[in-house]
Design a protein around this ligand. Structure first.
Ligand SMILES: Cc1cc2nc3c(=O)[nH]c(=O)nc-3n(C[C@H](O)[C@H](O)[C@H](O)COP(=O)(O)OP(=O)(O)OC[C@H]3O[C@@H](n4cnc5c(N)ncnc54)[C@H](O)[C@@H]3O)c2cc1C
Length: 284
């Protein structure tokens, strides 16, 4: 089967949905292709919406704001499962995805699920017998977490930023590698839940694209919230015992510009009840 459209959009994430909606509003025949079983991309399924919902839930559940007001320690019980505070995230994500799906239906955009690959400059294949031809093709296939080879991502204590949303038990300690926006955000979220968080980065400042004064203020606030910073250190190796029951260790090396030295750091990733975890890149 070959179907013809004015525009074929490859991406069911926020960019693709916006592009598809806009073209449809202008009267174009539009197809949208998403390789996963659900639309939403990182924005709805694994990034913006879940991380923000999780952060708000974490702050509310941990009594962060009340604690500040009343000086009472309302931190979560250690036995609380991650599902306890993931439930709200699931609800918000499902609601937002449904809203986007309704938009696509409203604008009569035909949605296909399957990985798109090009046959020629105007034709993509999404299944052996399904070809879509577009006068124009919009490619907005987004991004996914980088998986550096020094991390054993197959291990149940090592997670990337997508999988951290699926851990089963709240860890006692967590090493977050990378002090960019996503690392900083998850460091704050888990610290708010009473997890001992160590944030490791080869650079020497938080969110270096910000004015230094702002960056320093954020770092001070995060330090007050319990986040430990390890600057100018790179993770050169990560040991994770095969049984999944003992701590994972990140081996750090001083950035050579500030004097090269290697050290083995008993880092910070010790789970309360490890047996119910699944693998994943944050943390080491
Ligand atoms: C933890 C986290 C927090 C974030 N917080 C914020 C924030 O606060 N504010 C903000 O503005 N941004 C934030 N972002 C970034 C934001 O999520 C992305 O910028 C946004 O999702 C990009 O949208 P996109 O449509 O370009 O790509 P994506 O959302 O990555 O979607 C791409 C889609 O294309 C699909 N695809 C890929 N290849 C194919 C193929 N061959 N065929 C068919 N489909 C394919 C993928 O399955 C995916 O669904 C965050 C990201 C993360 C990970």
């Amino acid at each position: 089967m070959t179907k013809d459209f004015d525009l074929v959009v490859i991406d069911g994430g926020p960019a693709g949905i916006s592009g598809a909606n806009t073209a449809a509003i202008f009267g174009k025949r539009v197809a949208l292709v998403e390789k996963l079983g659900k639309v939403g991309g990182a924005g709805i399924n694994t990034g913006t919406i879940p991380s923000k919902t999780l952060r708000e839930t974490a702050l509310a559940l941990s009594g962060w704001r009340s604690r500040k007001l009343f000086g009472v320690d309302l931190s979560l019980r250690r036995e609380a499962t991650v599902e306890d505070f993931m439930r709200h995230k699931e609800h918000v994500v499902a609601h937002d995805r449904k809203r986007r799906e309704e938009q696509l239906r409203t604008y009569k955009i035909e949605t296909f699920h399957g990985a798109a690959s090009f046959i020629d400059p105007n034709t993509v294949r999404i299944a052996p017998d399904t070809l879509l031809r577009g006068a124009k093709i919009l490619i907005a296939t987004g991004s996914s977490p980088v998986r550096p080879p020094e991390f054993p991502f197959e291990h149940p204590r090592v997670h990337d930023s997508d999988e951290i949303l699926e851990i089963g038990i709240l860890p006692k300690t967590l090493a977050v590698v990378g002090a960019g926006v996503i690392g900083a955000e998850y460091a704050c979220t888990f610290a708010a839940l009473g997890v001992e968080v160590h944030l490791v980065d080869g650079r020497d400042s938080l969110l270096s694209f910000l004015d230094r004064e702002i960056s320093e203020n954020i770092q001070r606030a995060m330090t007050a919230a319990g986040v430990h910073f390890i600057w100018k250190e790179k993770v050169v190796r990560c040991d994770a015992p095969a049984n999944g029951k003992n701590n994972a260790h990140a081996h750090l090396r001083r950035d050579h510009r500030s004097g090269r030295r290697a050290r083995r750091c008993r880092t910070p990733e010790q789970y309360g009840r490890p047996e119910s975890h699944r693998g994943g890149s944050h943390a080491g």
